[in-house]
Each structure stands twice: as C-alpha cells, then as structure tokens.
Design a protein around this ligand. Structure first.
Ligand code: ADX
Length: 196
C-alpha cells in the first residue's frame, strides 16, 4: 500500500444503507466445478430474493470474465487474481448494503478464506456444489470437458487443474438429491435463520 494514499471517511456509511434497505447484507459464495450447477442455482436464488424485495447483485465467473476480468486466464496465478478482485468487489457491494451472490469455481481454499476475511463475521455464506466430476463431465453444458479431454483446452479444473474441496462450507448442495427450487430453499432457510 502506498503510504501517500489516505482513507477518506464518507458521510453515508454502511449502517445508513442497511437502515434504508432494511436488510442485512452478505456474500453468498458458490464454489464447485464447472458444470456443477452453480450458475443455475445462483440465478434462481437471486430471482427469488429479488421477488421478495431484496436488493441483490449476482457476480458470475463467465460474465465477469467478459469485462472486469477479461485480462485473466486460467493459470493458478490468474485464478488467484480473479478471486482476489471479485472478493474486493463483493466487499464493496456488501458495504453498499446488497446481498451479493458470487458464482465462481474458486478452486483454492486459501482464496475462499481470503474472500471470507474481507467481510464481517456472519456475512459470508459458502455454498459448495458437491457435484462429482463424472456428473459434471456428463452434463458438460458448454462442451468444455470434451475439449479438455481432447487436449484442445489446457488447465481445465478437475482435468489438469486442481479443485480443493471446501473444508467447512456453511452449506453443501448435492444436485442429484434436490431440485433447483429445493437448493434455493435450503439457502434461503439458512440465511433467514441468520437473519440476513
Ligand atoms: S475460477 O477458477 O477462476 O474461479 P471462473 O469461475 O472465473 O473460474 O470461470 C469458470 C468458467 O470459465 C467455467 O464455468 C467455464 O465456462 C469457463 N472456462 C474456460 N476455460 C476454463 C478452464 N480452463 N477451467 C475452468 N473453467 C474454464
């Protein structure tokens, strides 16, 4: 950090926004392999929260890589930077009073921990999409596993790039045992029990 950069306190604070929006902001962080169902459930969750009058924003890996992170690839270093930037964006959106839904493979435990550490205790809900590789590969919604197996795509998560299983997520979803609506309800029940 440059010592010539000084923090400026703003008149309108997080607490003011929380009071105005009458909701507890938080980060709902989806992690899991490509094709595990993160984007589908994250999208359905946002739609339900929005319908209920909540102020939300959904940050999704594929979309963010079209803009803010369009300069980022899939080496380990790039994925670390991808998640670092998104964690900072999520922190800002929590400060803005929003319920922020993040949907990224986020393959490394360390970066997921760093994302958690940027917000206050109780403001981070890690949702692990525990879909086994063989199921993700069968689903292959974007045809990327096929390309990775053919050698057309390098550093593909689960094939030739690591995914570290979350050690202590708040919620684990098994899509073979529940529908998208069930998954959304599990997450909603959790955040309501924490008065988000
Ligand atoms: S992360 O690992 O850095 O968290 P992120 O969630 O942003 O990944 O992007 C993952 C999406 O990029 C996947 O859903 C997939 O559509 C696409 N993708 C393209 N190349 C790869 C790759 N080598 N590994 C994983 N996903 C890839």
């Amino acid at each position: 950090m440059n010592k010539h950069i000084v923090w400026h306190e703003h008149t309108i604070q997080k607490a003011d926004r929380i009071g105005m929006y009458a909701q507890k902001p938080c980060v709902i962080w989806f992690t899991g392999l490509s094709g595990s169902g993160k984007s589908t459930i994250a999208n359905a969750l946002e739609a339900k929260l929005f319908e209920d009058g909540c102020k939300t924003y959904l940050l999704d890996g594929d979309n963010i890589r079209h803009g803010l992170n369009s300069d980022i690839g899939f080496s380990n270093e790039d994925r670390i930077e991808n998640i670092r930037r998104i964690s900072e964006v999520a922190k800002l959106f929590v400060d803005a009073g929003l319920i922020v839904i993040c949907s990224f493979i986020s393959p490394f435990e360390n970066e997921r921990k760093l994302a958690r550490c940027l917000v206050e205790d109780g403001e981070f809900v890690e949702v692990f999409l525990d879909t086994p590789l063989d199921i993700c590969e069968q689903r292959d919604p974007k045809g990327l596993y096929k390309k990775a197996r053919n050698g057309e795509l390098k550093d593909f998560t689960g094939i030739d790039s690591a995914y570290e299983i979350p050690s202590n997520p708040e919620i684990t979803i098994n899509i073979s045992a529940c529908s998208v609506d069930d998954a959304v309800n599990i997450i909603l029940d959790f955040i309501r029990s924490k008065s988000c």
